[in-house]
Design a binder for this molecule. Structure first.
Ligand code: BTN
Length: 262
């Protein structure tokens, strides 16, 4: 199936943001929009630049995994940010991205996505989007951060290996979605939340309320160890607090969680 390709003009047309999307770069094929954004940021690219691609040959996922998406089916993009933020709070950027994605999906499609700690958006219990935030720090401050988002939009039934437990907007809705207005809505929602974060407003309470993960009994892979327990809360940096079966409280800054049936 042929897919319409995005263009810089479509992405910018009527966007209306002050910061995110000040400059938009679009590529037919790159290794990874996050890698390209990082190289640009190192070379001094100001914040707000969006790098979008139709295809990635080495798309990066969390924990060294790859992110696969066939040409023209997804939104694959990275945003260069230069927030005034302590490095230990960089997860806040993933948090605002998850909330912005959830808001944008609801206003564009009326679908209610769930947020799974630490960085997944789910529809019908399947992954529809992932967020990969990478950063460079100077001392204890963020120098720049790259916010990378992969959103499955127009993949058809059968496009994902069952083991991925993934879905797309088109699969959930039963019809394809125009990607340019959707990307614009995401960038507007993200700009709003980025501004609130910059003004000192923490997104953690709202995120915690939106997380499907809290209250669940789970297995958590953290570093090279696996634990079992109940996810009780998140702390102000976004780390997950898990009450282990032996009563200890595990603080997991990152990891993979799998729900266990109680
Ligand atoms: C995850 O869930 O593991 C995070 C996936 C993030 C994928 C996006 S696609 C656009 C951007 N460029 C990359 O190389 N990765 C992110």
């Amino acid at each position: 199936m042929d897919h319409d390709l995005l263009s810089v003009e479509q992405i910018l047309d009527g966007l209306g943001n002050e910061c995110l999307g000040r400059r938009v770069l679009w590529y037919r094929r790159v290794d990874s929009t996050n890698a390209l954004a990082r190289a640009l940021a190192v070379a001094g690219e100001p914040e707000g630049t969006v790098i979008s691609a139709e295809e990635q040959t080495a798309g990066r996922g969390r924990s060294g995994r790859t992110w696969l998406a066939s040409v023209g089916t997804s939104l694959l993009f990275s945003v260069i940010l230069r927030p005034s933020l302590e490095a230990k709070r960089v997860q806040n950027l993933t948090v605002i991205a998850a909330l912005a994605l959830r808001d944008a999906l609801f206003s564009s499609t009326a679908l209610r996505a769930e947020i799974k700690w630490p960085n997944d958006l789910l529809l019908s219990g399947r992954k529809v989007a992932g967020i990969l935030t990478e950063m460079r720090s100077v001392g204890d401050r963020v120098d720049f951060a790259i916010l990378g988002i992969g959103l499955n939009v127009n993949q058809q039934v059968g496009a994902f290996a069952p083991a991925l437990n993934a879905t797309s907007l088109a699969i959930e809705l039963g019809y394809p979605v125009d990607r340019a207005p959707l990307l614009q809505t995401i960038l507007r929602c993200l700009e709003l939340r980025y501004r609130l974060l910059g003004s000192g407003q923490s997104p953690i309470t709202e995120w915690a309320e939106a997380l499907v993960t809290l209250g669940q009994r789970m297995q958590i892979e953290c570093g090279d160890r696996t634990y079992e327990g109940c996810a009780e809360a998140v702390d102000e940096t976004g780390a997950l607090l898990v009450r282990l079966d032996d009563g200890q409280l595990l603080r997991a800054p990152a990891g993979d969680v799998h729900t266990l049936v109680p």
